[in-house]
Design a protein around this ligand. Structure first.
Ligand SMILES: Cc1cc2nc3c(=O)[nH]c(=O)nc-3n(C[C@H](O)[C@H](O)[C@H](O)COP(=O)(O)OP(=O)(O)OC[C@H]3O[C@@H](n4cnc5c(N)ncnc54)[C@H](O)[C@@H]3O)c2cc1C
Length: 523
């Protein structure tokens, strides 16, 4: 993973001159005054951990698995939000952990937690490092140091129960590794977020992730039937049956807990047969309101496609123009694109496709054939690479997401766009309905604007305005990115004082020394 950007450096893209020209003409984007810092220019504070603690950690996990070199520390600094990338590009390594610890088993994780509690060392569970909400930056106050607990060595497919269609997998598996292991058994998880190439199963569970095929496979938290969690107070083994009436479901306490309650060391996940057929198609709607009505009907009347997303006019226009090319320029009469994808056996795909086609056509959709759908599927993991190129060219580009019930969706959509325009002047704001349910949906916004001399302050103001608008319009502060540090104040409002007290109570019981991800999630 590129330390100051996204992904495989070999896949980096450059912006062709016509695109740069268009960015300048439309948004006033100019080259940044200073080039990005090189790896050697990153300013790192000296590691604060006493040698005695480092050697005690090495005694638990083995010396090669405790690293305090610059390379390991820089690569475990923060996550991959745009502010995170801007800080790294500015050479700011101030949030680096003092050391990176790589445990090889549940027992080693438990022992590391015991040791860190005894020495008052904060522990940040680290999966793929793709958090976009500040979920990987621990507060140092009151601690003698911070370690990143990288779960990469917990990377096995432990077992497959074909009768129950449940697989036990370890949390450090990155999504492609997990899919590859399951493919060997003719199975799939069906979890394909845009961060697919790097994010891990543990991170998906800890942040309640949702993938692009959620209409068919569900969110990641829907897939978790059981888990093992190491806490400073001992081990939790959760999930004896798919559903249970034996009290509140404690799995739900850990899902979304973002490393603040414990470290997930094993996951029992519902799996599906690997699909024999994958088809993606496009539909055109005249406007966003008509498109929203159509995808709502499809979500409510079912059976839904596996992938269902609706881009608004701005996103459709830019997407059809292909942002890395823009050969044909921008056309304002593109309408709104629905991508409907179907995965499964041939009979099932044919049935759901016919049904969806009937609903979409009845709602005013025009069938565009496979090209727009397959083109979306082909480029589905490329946008983060484009973000790096845009940042380098002097544009600020960031995303934010929320969700609400269908009846409130138009108001939420307008409120967020208005807030972003108010904060940023005349940015390009694009949106899509990204995940649908019978009762509501998620809205995912992408914002592009010219960088000011203070891009961090610029985005902080825009994000604050958008978050306030979300709260006022009745949306949730996050549908799938989580809370982290960034959403903590708004999350406190969302769950209220009593909700915050409950979370603090659980935290005190499981982690009395407060070493787990301090400053993240808990109001
Ligand atoms: C370009 C890009 C695209 C993205 N697209 C999507 C998307 O489509 N859908 C989506 O849902 N999200 C998306 N995200 C957000 C991110 O990928 C998800 O939040 C993902 O779940 C994080 O997984 P990770 O393994 O990288 O976790 P990390 O970023 O390493 O950690 C996330 C949080 O979980 C905690 N954690 C990690 N592992 C464990 C564990 N084993 N036990 C306990 N706590 C743990 C961490 O301490 C942290 O608080 C995207 C991010 C980027 C940068």
């Amino acid at each position: 993973m590129l330390w100051s950007g996204w992904g495989d450096p070999a896949k980096a893209v450059d912006l062709p001159d016509p695109v740069r020209k268009l960015l300048h003409e439309l948004l006033g984007v100019r080259e940044p005054a200073a080039p990005a810092a090189t790896f050697g220019e990153v300013r790192l504070p000296a590691s604060a951990l006493p040698p005695s603690v480092l050697s005690a950690l090495a005694g638990v996990v083995g010396a090669p698995h405790v690293r305090s070199d610059d390379d390991a520390r820089i690569r475990h600094t923060r996550g991959k939000s745009t502010p995170d990338l801007l800080l790294m590009r500015a050479g700011d390594g101030s949030d680096a952990p003092d050391a990176v610890v790589l445990p090889g088993s549940h027992e080693e994780v438990a022992e590391v937690l015991r040791l860190c509690a005894a020495h008052r060392v904060a522990v940040v569970p680290f999966g793929g490092g793709t958090s976009v909400v500040g979920g990987l930056v621990a507060s140092r106050r009151g601690f003698s140091g911070v370690v990143a607990l990288d779960l990469a060595r917990l990377n096995r497919l432990v077992s497959v129960d074909r009768v129950s269609m449940v697989a036990e997998l370890e949390p450090g598996l990155r999504a492609p590794q997990a899919e590859q292991l399951l493919t060997g058994h003719g199975l799939t998880l069906g979890h394909f977020p845009q961060s697919f190439e790097y994010a891990t199963l543990g991170g998906f569970a800890a942040a309640r992730s949702s993938g692009q095929a959620s209409a068919g496979y569900g969110r990641f938290d829907d897939m978790v039937v059981g888990m093992t969690v190491a806490t400073p107070r001992g081990t939790l083994d959760l999930g004896r049956a798919p559903k249970s009436a034996a009290g509140p479901d404690l799995r739900q306490v850990i899902l979304g807990s973002e490393g603040a309650f414990g470290v997930i060391t094993s996951l029992r996940l519902r799996v599906r047969e690997a699909p024999a057929v994958r088809v993606h198609e496009g539909w055109r709607f005249d406007g966003f309101a008509a498109g929203v009505d159509a995808v709502r009907r499809l979500a409510q009347e079912g059976p839904p496609p596996t992938v269902l997303r609706l881009s608004d006019e701005a996103e459709t226009m830019v997407g059809l123009a292909r942002p890395t090319e823009l050969g044909g320029g921008l056309s304002s009469d593109s309408g709104c694109l629905v991508v409907a994808g179907y995965e499964g056996g041939p009979g099932d795909v044919a049935h759901r496709r016919d049904r969806a086609a009937a609903v979409l056509a009845a709602a005013g959709g025009v069938f565009l054939g496979p090209e727009p759908g397959e083109s979306w599927a082909h480029g589905r993991y490329s946008a983060p690479y484009l973000r790096d190129a845009l940042l380098a060219a002097g544009a600020t580009v960031e995303t934010l997401e929320t969700a609400c019930f269908w009846s409130g969706l138009p108001r939420l959509y307008d409120a967020v766009r208005l807030a972003l325009a108010g904060a940023l002047g005349s940015p390009l704001v694009m949106c899509h309905v990204s995940h649908v349910y019978a009762t509501g949906a998620s809205l995912y916004f992408t914002v592009v604007t010219a960088q000011t001399g203070d891009p961090l302050g610029q985005w902080a103001a825009a994000k604050r305005a958008a978050t306030e608008a979300i709260v006022r319009a009745g949306g949730t502060v996050s549908h799938h990115h989580g809370v982290g540090r960034d959403h903590r104040p708004a999350y406190a409002l969302e769950i209220g004082e009593l909700g915050g007290e409950i979370l603090r109570g659980i935290k005190e019981r499981l982690d009395p020394a407060g070493i787990l991800n301090p400053g993240v999630l808990i109001p």
